[in-house]
Design a protein. Structure first.
Length: 229
């Protein structure tokens, strides 16, 4: 008997994107994140666009994708709260703490997550880790503070470099830059997030511990695994 062909990463993303629809509350506004996995969720969300009021988006790219599919997008200032926020992660641990920001939308993602009563993380199984830190940690910074902040990370044992795009510093939707920090293991995500966010010039750090996942829908070789925290 021939063994089934393993699902590709793209197919796993499609599965979890579709599975996230069960957490969307009809008649409500849904929080929508950013990234390749979320793009699959947005495609799936179009199938029930007439059942929701619309979305609050964490990036210009997601907003454009939602609007192209006929899903209304609200400014975050227009809503008091969201029933659910659905987004991916670059890493997620056994407590639902995450590293996010590979798509450079971490600040807006954290804002929308803070509005939501529930954070549903959608990811493939490669993102589940025993401890945060293997993925370079994104930190959005005000440009004039970048070198000072990089020196502070160096003192902690981290190597911080400015993220580039086409040979120039990447500029976020907020007009800021991103430092990617390698070489750190985040053993206490709550304390780490609180501490780094106090550094002058840091807009936000890509550790999502205070806005952690409530549920993770993990794409695995055997289907979607649901992990509740």
């Amino acid at each position: 008997m021939t063994a089934p062909t393993p699902l590709t990463q793209d197919e796993l993303k499609t599965l979890v994107g579709q599975a996230a629809l069960q957490y969307v509350v009809p008649g409500e506004i849904v929080g929508v994140g950013t990234g390749s996995t979320v793009n699959k969720f947005i495609e799936a969300l179009a199938s029930m666009k007439n059942e929701i009021k619309g979305a609050v988006s964490s990036s210009v790219a997601s907003t454009e994708r939602l609007q192209a599919l006929g899903i209304p997008v609200f400014d975050a200032n227009e809503v008091e709260s969201l029933a659910v926020y659905i987004d991916g992660a670059d890493e997620i641990d056994g407590n639902g703490y995450m590293v996010k920001g590979g798509g450079a939308a971490l600040t807006r993602e954290k804002i929308v997550a803070a509005l939501a009563q529930r954070f549903v993380c959608i990811a493939d199984e490669s993102k589940l880790v025993p401890a945060l830190g293997a993925f370079p940690l994104p930190v959005e910074v005000i440009p004039m503070a970048a070198r000072h902040i990089a020196r502070r990370f160096k003192a902690m044992g981290g190597d911080a470099t400015i993220r580039l795009k086409d040979g120039q510093p990447l500029v976020t939707d907020n007009g800021q830059h991103i430092l990617d920090v390698r070489g750190l293991q985040v053993t206490d995500p709550l304390a780490f997030e609180s501490a780094i966010n106090q550094w002058p010039g840091v807009v936000t750090v890509g550790v999502f511990a205070h806005q952690k996942a409530s549920v993770c829908l993990l794409g695995t070789a055997t289907g979607v695994k649901t992990i509740a925290y």
